[in-house]
Design a protein around this ligand. Structure first.
Ligand code: 13P
Length: 389
């Protein structure tokens, strides 16, 4: 997988050191919080007690190293590309050697010496900060007969697993023509899952042949609507402006948008995936109120990982979801950002979902292919069992 190196401002500002930073050991995972709240996980590669050096390797960003004074305040920090030759501790201060970092150095605000698992929103033993959402996007599969059968099998599997829908929300996104059958089953059988549309018109009614109004989806009992899925953006040429109009239409009809963002392979290779995705995010949420933004769901779906079997790592999902949450905090406020649910999507299966859902800012998954298999999707919904095991 192509990874990029993040270079930000040079800074020699002293930063608050973690209170018990001396207890950190190689192999520990720490959370490094950047100005603005942007955070990422890093693993301590090695530590030199004598000079109080922590050599920290960041997941997904290349190699990051931090030097501390005896009192724990930071001396200097740098980021170098994730090359094997850079995986050695930096030269000690006073030896005449300089840090092997590029000109752009980051300025962490804080380093929290807490193991990553303890940070995660989704945990086997604790309550969730945000209700996890496991969403199945059926795409253009499942006519109303096939869809009814799939939903019945899924409901049965979840019933047998004693699934608690209030704890982990489950949503399916069938094609428009299957929605009515799904809704009938949900209502008549009193199923705990909810449904959503895969798209909607930016307009409410009128001469828009082939389009479907948010009003129609709301009348069918839909709770959610996917907006700006990469397949709509690429195949149907949906622009950021269209996506924003659709997000607003969703709210007009008291539906909740699942705003999809994410970069293609070329952008990932160029290392500009964060800027690209945050730009889609900013355009998508333009003009929303704080209440709307807090209720929004954002799905990060790297296009190169959709339907390819190429799954992004949990660190990639966390990198982007952390950046999205920090961006929302800047656009709205930290309280809003702490409520917005962020999903990862792209080749999610029962085998990789638990790792994804351990990331602190990943509140759920948007599943394509694997949601067409009732057993597999039910196992994704039951991700906590795998975490516990
Ligand atoms: P896959 O899970 O098939 O990669 O699809 C992801 C997706 O596009 C969900 O919206």
């Amino acid at each position: 997988m192509v990874r990029s190196t993040r270079h930000t401002d040079i800074g020699d500002t002293q930063v608050p050191a973690p209170q018990d930073w001396t207890s950190l050991q190689p192999g520990d995972i720490v959370e490094v919080i950047e100005p603005g709240g942007y955070s990422y996980e890093a693993r301590i590669e090695s530590k030199t007690e004598q000079s109080d050096i922590l050599w920290i390797r960041s997941h997904g960003f290349g190699t990051r190293h931090l030097l501390h004074n005896q009192d724990g305040t930071r001396l200097q920090a740098g980021t170098t590309p994730d090359q094997p030759q850079n995986r050695n501790p930096p030269a000690l201060p006073g030896t005449g050697s300089s840090l092997p970092g590029p000109a752009g150095l980051s300025r962490p605000q804080a380093i929290t010496p807490t193991i990553w698992r303890k940070h995660m929103n989704t945990s086997a033993n604790s309550t969730f900060n945000r209700t996890p959402l496991i969403a199945g996007n059926w795409k253009m599969n499942m006519d109303h007969v096939q869809g009814s059968s799939l939903l019945q099998h899924l409901a049965e599997a979840l019933y047998e697993a004693k699934h608690d829908y209030a704890r982990v929300e489950v949503a399916v996104f069938p094609p428009f023509t299957t929605l009515s059958a799904v809704q009938t089953l949900i209502q008549d059988d009193g199923l705990g899952l909810v449904s959503g549309g895969q798209d909607l018109s930016p307009f409410d009614s009128g001469a828009y042949t082939g389009d479907v109004s948010g009003q129609f989806l709301a009348r069918l009992g839909c709770k959610y609507v996917l907006v700006g899925h990469s397949e709509r953006r690429t195949i149907h040429g949906e622009t950021d402006a269209t996506v924003n109009a659709k997000v607003k239409a969703t709210f007009r009809h008291t539906l909740t948008p699942v705003l999809c963002v994410g970069e293609g392979l070329d952008i990932r290779k160029a290392g500009t995936h964060i800027q690209h995705t945050l730009s889609q995010l900013r355009a998508g949420v333009d003009g929303l109120t704080s209440d709307q933004a807090a209720g929004l769901v954002v799905a990060y779906e790297p296009v190169w990982a959709i339907g390819t079997g190429e799954v992004a790592g949990p660190e990639d999902a966390q990198e982007m979801c952390g950046a999205i949450r920090a961006e929302l905090a800047g656009l709205f406020d930290a309280d809003v950002a702490s409520k917005t649910r962020l999903l990862y999507g792209g080749s999610v299966k029962a085998s990789n979902a638990p790792a994804m859902l351990q990331a602190a800012d990943v509140d759920g998954v948007l599943v394509g292919g694997a949601s067409l298999d009732a057993g597999e999707f039910a196992n994704i919904v039951g991700f906590e069992r795998q975490m516990a095991g």
